[in-house]
Ligand binder design. Structure first.
Ligand code: NDP
Length: 508
């Protein structure tokens, strides 16, 4: 439904083919992705030293499909003893094999992993979608190809570390403890494991408890690629097991992606130790549209910026700043575009917005949206039928948002856009930077000089110009302020897994 500023229904332009209610006058035929080529095991043990095995003592927890709430498998719940076992195994592998291999040999393993991910890409895409709720077209076209690309990219550096860091004598660190979130389970695994292995480290990785299945599928790839036992270890368990892992005294490097609250706890736990630390935390990105921007192109960038992966993206463009003179036409176009989005079965190739990852995340989104309404912002949601089961939320936008509203300040991590306005570039910069976060931002304008001015003034690790949510393994990614520190991707991401200090004491 399209509303005027006074809240009255307003017909959408005929060119969009929408009815007066904002609905498409026809339905898409369903186009479900086949699932008969995958077979999930009923249970997955911990992956330590190239063997799957139960936790000690034996304990399990269920993993569900957030789109149907059905159980997909059960996975082992690691204990503190399992963490010790995994770290000791990684240490043995580091000392006996992995750190001793020439870079050219490590590269061969990484290339092999990359190729196997490509060969098994349909399997990875389906399992990722079943377990995370993200649309199959995103797992198929973004997550899996990018994960393979990260292994290819870092394979290329493994035997060229001296060229990557000239006059620095790059040395591996030892055992890397890596804790990853549920929004990009396979991709975050690749961001963490590929540079660690390329640099000569071994790894213990803990996936998020809601999304461990592609990590265990990756363990199969490790076996298929014939990696030396212990180079990659994967353990599952609750947050406290993540804390045991990053606090373990025999770990040399900690890499975490997740909430700012947990990131701060990890920073405290690691403080004063020798461990190198990379934190990739939350965000509240500003996406700024100037009046000279190509509006139709900007609309696609705004949609991709906030509704990609249900908005469960740390760098999502969740605050839209629109120059006042184009507010009305832009909002009309945006609301019409929202009316064309398909929400529902993540396995359907037409689906744009899939399932929210968990009941807890859905409750958090709902609470923040309710706060937006209570604080006086005006909500807009297209009419669309949500599935009866599973965790779904309509794509939502708010107008009449003020800087002090919670929906303008807090990370919602859902398909919810807060729209604000500005008059001058200075005001846009001031408002965009008025956040505790500093991960990403976007600028839409035809003027090159304005792009440069905005990019240098915005306190964000990544600023996209006339596009949004573009990722590439060669490009470093990371934040300022409460969005964390350290960079992943590119040479910066490789340096985070190396000791580049003159005396060789960093991370040891
Ligand atoms: P968390 O930060 O709790 O989870 C991320 C990872 O950290 C998971 O593997 C989790 O394990 C683990 N973890 C949880 N607690 C601890 C701990 N005390 N010590 C070590 N590791 C821990 O995020 P949530 O899943 O709770 O999501 C909450 C909010 O965080 C979201 O709404 C969103 O705003 C933000 N977030 C940001 C992400 C980003 O990409 N920057 C990603 C995910 C969330 P387990 O799954 O077992 O709890």
């Amino acid at each position: 439904m399209t509303l005027t500023k006074k809240g009255q229904a307003k017909p959408a332009p005929a060119s969009w083919g929408l009815s007066a209610s904002g609905k498409l006058p026809w339905e898409y035929a369903s186009a479900p992705e086949a699932t008969d080529h995958i077979s999930l095991r009923p249970e997955y043990g911990l992956f330590i030293g190239n063997q799957f095995g139960p936790s000690r003592p034996r304990a399990w927890f269920d993993v569900i499909n957030p789109a149907t709430e059905e159980t997909l498998a059960r996975v082992a719940r690691a204990s503190k003893a399992d963490v010790n076992r995994a770290v000791a195994t990684a240490r043995d592998a580091y000392q006996s094999t992995w750190s001793r291999l020439p870079g050219s040999e490590r590269a061969k393993y990484l290339y092999r992993i990359a190729r196997i991910i490509q060969e098994r890409s349909r399997e990875f895409a389906v399992v990722e979608t079943l377990n995370s709720g993200k649309p199959i077209k995103e797992s198929r076209d973004v997550d899996v190809p990018l994960a393979a690309a990260h292994f290819f990219y870092y394979a290329g550096w493994a035997d060229k570390l001296d060229y990557a860091f000239p006059n620095r004598e790059p040395r591996s660190l030892g055992v890397a403890a890596q804790v990853i979130p549920w929004n990009f389970p396979l991709l975050m695994l690749a961001w963490k494991i590929a540079p660690a292995l390329a640099a000569g480290n071994t790894v213990v990785l803990k996936p998020a408890s809601t999304t461990p299945l592609t990590a265990y599928l990756f363990a199969d790839v490790v076996l298929q690629a014939d990696l030396p036992p212990g180079a990659v270890n994967i353990i599952t368990g609750p947050g406290e097991i993540g804390m045991e892992l990053v606090s373990h005294p025999d770990v040399n490097k900690v890499a975490f992606t997740g909430s700012t609250a947990v990131g701060k706890m990890i920073a405290r736990a690691v403080a004063g130790s020798h461990k190198k630390l990379t934190l990739e935390l939350g965000g509240k990105a500003a996406n700024i549209v100037f009046d000279d921007a190509p509006l139709d192109q900007a609309i696609e960038g705004i949609i991709n910026g906030i509704y990609f992966n249900q908005g469960e993206v740390c760098c999502a463009g969740s605050r839209l700043f629109v120059q006042e003179s184009v507010f009305d036409p832009l909002l009309d176009k945006l609301k019409n575009r929202l009316g064309t989005m398909r929400v529902g079965d993540p396995l359907d190739k037409n689906t744009d917005v899939g399932a929210i990852n968990s009941a807890a995340q859905l409750a958090k989104i709902t609470e923040l949206v309710e706060s937006g309404v209570a604080e006086g912002a005006e909500i807009f949601q297209p009419e669309c039928q949500l599935p009866d089961r599973g965790f779904f939320f309509r794509p939502t936008l708010f107008t009449g948002v003020s800087q002090s509203h919670r929906i303008a300040q807090e990370e919602i991590f859902g398909p919810v856009l807060s729209v604000l306005t500005f008059r001058t570039p200075e005001e846009a910069i001031e408002k965009a930077n008025n956040t505790p976060y500093g991960l990403s931002a976007g600028v839409w304008t035809e003027k090159g000089s304005r792009i440069f001015k905005m990019v240098s003034a915005m306190r964000a690790g990544v600023v996209w110009a006339n596009t949004f949510n573009r990722f590439d393994p060669t490009s470093p990614f990371g934040g300022y302020k409460e969005s964390g520190y350290g960079r992943e991707g590119g040479l910066h991401g490789l340096a985070a897994y190396l000791d580049l200090s003159p005396n060789g004491t960093n991370g040891r």
